[in-house]
Write a protein that binds this ligand. Structure first.
Ligand code: NI
Ligand code: MN
Length: 228
């Protein structure tokens, strides 16, 4: 069975696989691009890549309403527990764990991770998913370009989700270099157009990537679903 991948804008995705719903970085309240509301979105699992408000987002409210298991680094887990979230699982960079829906490995990401209340959020991470039928999805989350993306690419990535917004993360130039390092079959640009500072022309980026690499680019609209 294919895994359904739906973009909710910014770094928020809903993955649906084996009957489970996995939500990443649920920044919905305050995100004008989000097609769903925090009080209505479904989730069995919530993954948090780092502590910034546009990624932690509505995690606490959604976790309390749905009872979803929240997966993050150990430091963010401590903050979640202090805020009354009881169903948590901590992993850390380089570590993988198998859940009923598949396996998740945390990767490095070059960024910050302080929490909205100023407390320590550990190191930011990216997500490497091993879904049904051994489909591999790399969600880079917030990061600059790093050469070890080549190592991630060596696993054989079916779909990469890469920031192109610039200013806070990779911009279009470095995201193109990231595609060349990772060599995914398909790539979706993320983390752009949410704010004025990260406005980008995703279609221009797509043309450039497809002219310089064999990777196919899918420019999603918020709410749109693809399968992997
Ligand atoms: Ni961030
Ligand atoms: Mn961000």
């Amino acid at each position: 069975m294919a895994t359904k991948v739906t973009w909710y804008g910014h770094a928020c995705f809903l993955f649906e696989t084996r009957g489970f719903r996995i939500l990443t970085d649920p920044f919905l309240t305050g995100n004008a691009l989000s097609p769903v509301r925090a009080d209505a979105v479904a989730a069995d699992y919530i993954l948090v890549s780092h502590g910034h408000g546009d990624h932690l987002g509505d995690t606490v409210a959604i976790a309390k309403r749905t009872g979803a298991l929240v997966i993050s680094n150990y430091e963010i887990q401590n903050c979640l527990v202090a805020n009354g979230v009881e169903n948590v699982h901590a992993q850390h960079i380089g570590g993988s764990h198998t859940y009923p829906w598949g396996r998740l490995k945390l990767t490095i990401a070059h960024h910050g991770s302080v929490l909205p209340d100023g407390s320590y959020g550990g190191n930011p991470v990216g997500f490497l998913f091993y879904f049904e039928d051994n489909r591999k999805v790399y969600h880079a989350c917030d990061t600059g370009l790093f050469y070890d993306m080549k190592l991630i690419g060596e696993e054989g990535i079916d779909l990469a989700l890469l920031p192109i917004g610039d200013n806070y993360t990779m911009g279009p130039e470095d995201a193109l270099r990231a595609v060349k390092l990772i060599q995914p079959a398909r790539v979706v640009p993320i983390h752009y157009n949410t704010f004025d500072l990260i406005q980008q022309d995703a279609h221009a980026w797509a043309r450039r990537v497809e002219s310089e690499t064999p990777t196919r680019v899918i420019v999603l609209q918020p709410g749109q679903t693809i399968e992997v």
